[in-house]
Every structure is written in structure tokens, then in C-alpha cells.
Design a protein around this ligand. Sequence first.
Ligand code: EPU
Length: 419
Amino acid sequence: MEKFVINGKTRLKGEVSISGAKNAAVAILPATLLVNGICTIENLPNISDINIYCDILKTLGVKISRPEPNTVIVDTRFVSCNDAPLEMTGKFRASYYLIGSLLGRCHKAVVGMPGGCKLGARPIDQHAKAFEALGATVEIGQGKIMATAEKLVGGSIYLDTVSVGATINAILASVLADGTTTIENVAKEPHVVDIANFLNTMGADIHGAGTDIIKINGVKELHGGTYSIVPDQIEAGTFMLAAVATRGDIIIKNCITKHLDPLSAKIREMGAIVEEISGDTIRVCCNERPKNVDIKTLPYPGFPTDLQSPMGVALSTAEGTSMIAETIWESRFQYTAELNRMGAKINVQGKVAFFEGVDELYGSIVSASDLRAGAALVIAGIAANGTTEVHNLQYIDRGYENIEEKFRALGADIKRVTE
Ligand code: EPU
């Protein structure tokens, strides 16, 4: 077992470069199954979810080489339409993209019920509804999802809930379908747009990604090509909030500043400086105790749920009392119990948490309950007075590339220790 040992209290200062987006990468890799050819994917984050995905694709006959840690060459000319290995697909959430991809390519998909971070109920009814609208039959039981279709025919899909996963799965299943598909009430996250851009680069005909309605004209086949994954706006936001929480001064490079607008607005409201140096570089500087703010998590372009916990760390030592309402996931306040062990005063009442700002956090032994909670606890450890141990690093490694090296380069005293 590994843990981080962090000696606070450090004011982070310097530059950090952002990796490719995890939540785009975990959709683009399975989307290559729709291609009959060779795709080179660049700016791939080097994280454990990607390693698992490559291993799963290999079991489906895909040839994968990795000339560099952030580049993969994926040859999908000889895909075997077997069941995806249940023990591997059950390990993480994004395995559900195999359903849309295999359905599109093979007209048949058998995938283990997705696992992943425990954020509360994570239904997939909207994914099933989308596949059925295209003519597929979907069965869920015995720990797996089975989707089959003699033929996929374009249809109208109206999502009851704005869902990133269902939006992307609906796109994946309809790219090679006969005729036109429209998907309404879709997710508009940058990674949704990135999947559409990837597929269009390979010959798909997708319009409207990033707006409320996506229209897909089915094409006969997709060809290979080269694509570079969009920068990770959640990783960028994590470092922006690390600057606020540690009263630091960080220049964040290789990000798309526009994607960070919902967060930049809140950080400015907290009294910190957010300076857009260029379209791909942003600086966050916090010289004083942040002001209290209220936050409500919403689908993009609202405040992202994935930055709720790092924001919670910054609010723990802000002035007065702040409130966060979590509207996407029912169990995303587990990190607050760990922060309270570090001296925070957070009171959770159902979907709302109240953060009474304390003067400072102090070092403690804490455990990550999910990926973003893990990143939040690392930031808390860097900000806190004394030594903090963060356990359950397997969550953090799923989604942050070289997190300790990036924080160390900003001045943090953090080391990975094997117990
Ligand atoms: N929902 C349904 N039915 C469905 C699908 C979703 O009711 O069929 C509900 C969910 O229960 C939730 C809401 O819709 O309340 C939004 O869920 P969504 O489908 O958008 O989430 P997801 O696709 O499972 C992705 C990210 C999450 C991120 C959410 C929201 C991936 C692999 N995961 O999950 O990322 O929190 O969108 O933005 O893209 C993370 O990176 O730490 C993470 C958890």
C-alpha cells in the first residue's frame, strides 16, 4: 500500500503544465473501436484508468503500441466482437463506453456493470434508453449489460437527465447507424465536444456538440488518423484551487481558459486574482484569506461537481461561512469528515454542506474516498500546519498524472511512501 506524506504549510508558487483530459481519453480510447484503421492518440494522460482501458482493448483484438507515455497507436482493423472481460470492465466507470462502441462496431456488446468511484447511485437508464431508440435490445442482469441490434437505425433521443455518459454513448452508438439521430438535452462538457471532434476527424458527421442538441448523420465507416486530446479542465481547476487554498501564486499552462470560466468567476468572487495570460495559460494568485461564497454544482457550464471537493478545502479556511449544494452525486461529501479531522468545521446536511472558515488546518492521517476527494486531501495537506498522511492513493492515480511531481515542482514537500 502506498501513501503520501506531506509536510505543510506551503504557499505553492510556480508553473504547472496540464495533461490531457481523463474523461475525454476514457471515451476516445473505446471510440477507436468504431474505426477500421489505425489511430494515433496524442496528449493521452498517463493514468491508471488509461492503462486498464488499453488492456481491455487488447483482449478485443486491438493492437496497441505506446511509443511515448502520452501517445498510443491503436490498430482496430482486426477487432474480435467478443464479450469484454467482466472482471476488468467492472473496475471502473468509463467501461460503459464499450457498450456504445461495440454496439456500433459489432451490433453486440456484453460488458460488466461499471464500477468506479463510489459517489452514490450511478444509474445507466439513459444510456439504455438511447440504445433502444436506435433499435437495440438492452438487458441488464447478473452483473452485466447486454446490448444487441440486428441493425442500428438513426432515431430521436431526449435525455431525461443531462448525462455526460449517456450523451457520449448515444453519439458512439449512432455514428455508424443508418440515417440521422438527434439527441436533445445533452451534456455540453468540453470532453463531450472532444469526442465529437475526434470522431469527426475520423470521418463521422456530428453537429452541435457543445450545444443542447446534437445531430449525427450516420456514415458507412470511419478511417484512421491522428488526434490530440483536449487539456483536462478538472486538473487545471484542481491547481487553481490549490493556489487559493495555499495562498499561492500558480501559472497553469496548457489549459483552455474558456473551459475554466465557471471556476474563475467563483475564485474572483472569493477575492483572489485570476489572470488570463493567454488562451492556454492562466494565473491564480491569492494573497489574502478568501471570502466566503456559495456554490451549487451543475452540468457544464455550471460549477463542476468534480471540483467541489478541492473548492471545499479552499472554503475551509475562508472568511465566514460558505455553502456548497451538491446536485449531481448523492455521496460526494465524504471528504468533509476527513477535513474535519484536520480541524475544518464542516456540517453536512443531506445535499448541502456548510463550511465555517477556520484559521488554519493541521496535519492528520486521512483517506481518499474517491478521485477528487483524494486530490482535495493532498491540497489540504499542503495547506495544513504539520504533517499529513493521505491514504488510498489508488483513487488519485486513476485520474491525476504525476500529481506529486507536479505539486513538488510548485514547492510542496510531498513524498510517496510504500508501507
Ligand atoms: N444519471 C441518471 N441516469 C443515467 C445517467 C446518469 O440518472 O443513465 C444521473 C446521475 O445519477 C447523475 C447525473 O445523471 O446524477 C449526471 O451523471 P453523468 O451521467 O453525467 O455522469 P457520468 O457520465 O457517470 C461523468 C464523469 C464524472 C463526472 C460526471 C458529471 C466520466 C468517466 N465521469 O460521469 O467524473 O462527475 O460526468 O460531470 O466522464 C470524476 O472524474 O471524478 C468523475 C466522477
